[in-house]
Ligand binder design. Structure first.
Ligand SMILES: Nc1nc2c(ncn2[C@@H]2O[C@H](COP(=O)(O)OP(=O)(O)OP(=O)(O)O)[C@@H](O)[C@H]2O)c(=O)[nH]1
Ligand SMILES: [Mg+2]
Length: 402
């Protein structure tokens, strides 16, 4: 009788399910109403934050959940991957709506091999009707004084004066309870908040960028980072480009250098960290010659406008280089969207013999991590562009731990 009911339920949900492929396969055990004890952590990030900081926020939550499961505590909690919607840097129309699931950018099975994660559409598949009521939203806020009495300590307190209405732009996701919390310190302290209301099943954290990693750069950190494999379509598109234009068919190439040349807001507001266009070309030339004077091919990943990029190309061409960049077609943009194009740029940079990044750009940090995972020598990875004049600190080296 029970299995008959289950089949009926499955058939019903097959017709109303709305996952990314718009069907719910009867063989897929995750389909159908949720009869488990599973509970769900949702999160949302401050809207102006970019894609690459958001990837780090994901890691903090994924590690929090994975560590709890490892020791058999809170092991009925899953992490809901917040859909990607209207990021500030995504200017192309086709990239702005609708929300994009994580599977568009990442290999979900690989993410699942590290942490108990689910896409939002998987949660929807299990809810009755087409709406989701979150039991409680904790809106995290910074303490007014992070260093009270001279110390930075991990702490939280229920506070007031916040609001939240985002829910990634979905108006069928709601909550009746919004709680403000001043929070600072390790992310695992969020379990203390969750424990306040044991009957809550759907708990959300807004401003999830506020809690920090419990530990940074450990083996667990790298295990999680390694599980963030890109979607296979993006890898294939990037590798086809590398093969066709940069003449390399391996993951570690020895014949081209790559540069992440962050412009836009960096060029406007961080004049003390980033060079002029001429200065950029000079530094690329100098670093490549010092590394391997036979390299005469440079791949540029950038968010610069076309005029600046052409200027840099001209400078480098005059210095004797063959210059490449990934110029997406309209079909590429429709298929991969701005976020996917940026990942293709990152993959091409990660295979290069030598990499030069932009100081304190999380986009650059993610390329450096990718190169550590591929097994490049660290000296080929932790290199940066310096300002034309003045001090130029060495980049920090976050090397892989196996
Ligand atoms: N395609 C492409 N897009 C880029 C490149 N550099 C920056 N972008 C875009 O601009 C965004 C930069 O924002 P973040 O991902 O936050 O990285 P960041 O701004 O360098 O680092 P923060 O200082 O932490 O903000 C990326 O997510 C891309 O959308 C690039 O080389 N290629
Ligand atoms: Mg940014």
């Amino acid at each position: 009788m029970y299995s008959l009911l289950k089949v009926v339920f499955l058939l019903v949900t097959m017709t109303v399910a709305h996952n990314s492929e718009d069907f719910c396969n009867i063989d897929n055990k995750s389909c159908g109403p949720d009869i488990s004890n599973d509970k769900y952590v949702f999160y949302d990030v401050n809207p102006p934050e970019g894609f690459n900081l958001r990837r780090d926020v994901y890691m903090r939550f994924a590690i929090m959940l994975a560590e709890a499961h490892k020791v058999g505590k809170n092991d009925n909690w899953r992490l809901v991957l917040p859909p990607w919607k209207n990021l500030y840097h995504w200017k192309t129309k086709s990239s702005r709506s609708p929300a994009v699931p994580w599977g568009h950018f990442f290999n979900i099975n690989s993410l699942k091999s590290f942490a108990p994660v689910v896409e939002l559409h998987e949660v929807f598949d299990k809810t009755e009707g087409k709406s989701l009521k979150i039991d409680r939203v904790y809106v995290l806020q910074n303490f007014a004084d992070a260093f009270e009495n001279g110390d930075f300590t991990d702490k939280w307190e229920i506070s007031r004066g916040c609001s939240y209405g985002g829910f990634w732009g979905y108006n069928n996701v709601t909550s009746n309870v919004i709680e403000c919390v001043n929070f600072q310190g390790k992310i695992s302290k969020l379990w203390e908040l969750i424990a306040l209301h044991p009957s809550d099943r759907y708990v959300m954290f807004a401003h999830a960028e506020i809690p920090l990693h419990d530990t940074y750069g450990t083996k667990t950190f790298w295990d999680c980072r390694r599980s963030m494999k890109f979607n296979e379509n993006l890898v294939t598109r990037a590798e086809d480009f590398i093969s066709k234009y940069l003449n390399c068919d391996t993951k570690i190439c020895n014949n081209y250098a790559s540069v992440h040349w962050r412009r836009q807001d960096f060029a406007r507001y961080r004049k003390n960290d980033v060079p002029s266009i001429k200065g950029t070309a000079k530094q690329i030339h100098k670093q490549i010659k010092q590394f391997n004077s036979y390299i005469n091919t440079v791949f540029i990943a950038t968010d610069a406008d076309m005029t600046s990029l052409r200027q840099l190309e001209l400078e480098l061409t005059q210095l004797g280089y063959l210059v490449y960049y990934f110029k997406p077609s309209t079909a590429d943009l429709d298929k991969y969207k701005d976020g996917g194009i940026a990942i293709i740029d990152q993959i091409i940079c990660s295979h290069a013999a030598y990499f030069i990044g932009t100081h304190e750009s999380t986009f650059t940090f993610r390329i450096q991590e990718e190169r550590e995972i591929l097994g490049h020598e660290s000296r080929t990875t932790f290199n940066r562009l310096c300002p034309d004049k003045g001090r130029c600190e060495k980049p920090s080296k976050w090397t892989i731990v196996h």
